[in-house]
Design a protein around this ligand. Structure first.
Ligand code: UDP
Length: 235
């Protein structure tokens, strides 16, 4: 069983049944799923993405918006997700605090290591918005960096597929899910696109395991947090 987990939720997942924006019903369901593990000697830190609002690379393709501004907008999108998710979690009885890596004092408390630890010790979920606070990065990299900073035992990366396959499961019916993959394989193989290579490289350097799994299945988060063989573990 892990003691402190970092859950990476992408913006796309928070949009649920919608093409963009936030699906509050789905967030409420996530509150109940995460509530199954919090307090059970497991602390939960969440890094939220923002692809449901702005993806920097895509927006920067539009004339006139620079990549840096587009990434700033992307980070603000992740902050909006963090605020929404924290409110829904609290409204559904899961004590949660949102913290931000972008200074937005009127809106949200700034992330500090100490503040995050204090909240975890009070059995609150900590949701971090604003990525790492700098452009040209993604929330996958921010997730690994945050997990290292917070001393998490593992990064749980929620994806649409339930793990890493030997070939594309959308194209091949006989594709098999791999229970384990080495960091070396995950970094070298360009078909393994479940997480940014930069994020994977950082995790490899610090020997921080990553579990790729489908969080939208009932009990998946609880099972993976309990150390059961769910999805694919990259280590
Ligand atoms: N972003 C950034 N720095 C960070 C994290 C995110 O500039 O540390 C920007 C980047 O433009 C990115 C957007 O925020 O496209 C949303 O994050 P991401 O694409 O990682 O979200 P996800 O795909 O997980 O929903």
């Amino acid at each position: 069983m892990y003691k402190r987990i970092l859950l990476k939720l992408s913006g796309e997942q928070l949009s649920g049944q919608f093409d963009i924006g936030i699906d509050a019903e789905l967030c409420a369901w996530l509150a109940s799923e995460i509530g199954k593990v919090v307090g059970d000697e497991i602390q939960v830190v969440i890094m939220v993405g923002g692809g449901n609002i702005v993806r920097g690379v895509q927006l920067a393709e539009s004339k006139g918006i620079s990549r840096v501004t587009a990434d700033h907008m992307g980070m603000l999108g992740t902050l909006m997700n963090a605020l929404a998710l924290a409110d829904v979690f609290n409204a559904h009885g899961l004590p949660t605090r949102a913290l931000s890596n972008i200074v937005a004092d009127q809106v949200v408390d700034q992330f500090t290591h100490r503040r995050a630890i204090t909240n975890l010790q009070k059995e609150r979920v900590v949701i971090v918005g604003g990525g790492i606070g700098r452009p040209y990065l993604t929330t996958d990299t921010a997730a690994v960096s945050l997990a290292l900073e917070m001393g998490c035992d593992v990064v749980l990366k929620a994806t649409k597929v339930d793990g890493v396959y030997d070939k594309d499961p959308a194209k091949h019916k006989d594709a098999k899910r791999l229970p384990t993959v080495t960091f070396e394989q995950a970094v070298a193989d360009n078909d393994i696109m479940v997480m940014d290579k930069a994020a994977m490289g950082l995790a490899m350097e610090h020997k921080l395991p990553i579990v790729i799994f489908d969080a939208m299945q009932a009990d998946a988060i609880a099972n993976v947090a309990a150390g059961e063989p769910v999805g694919t573990i990259i280590s």
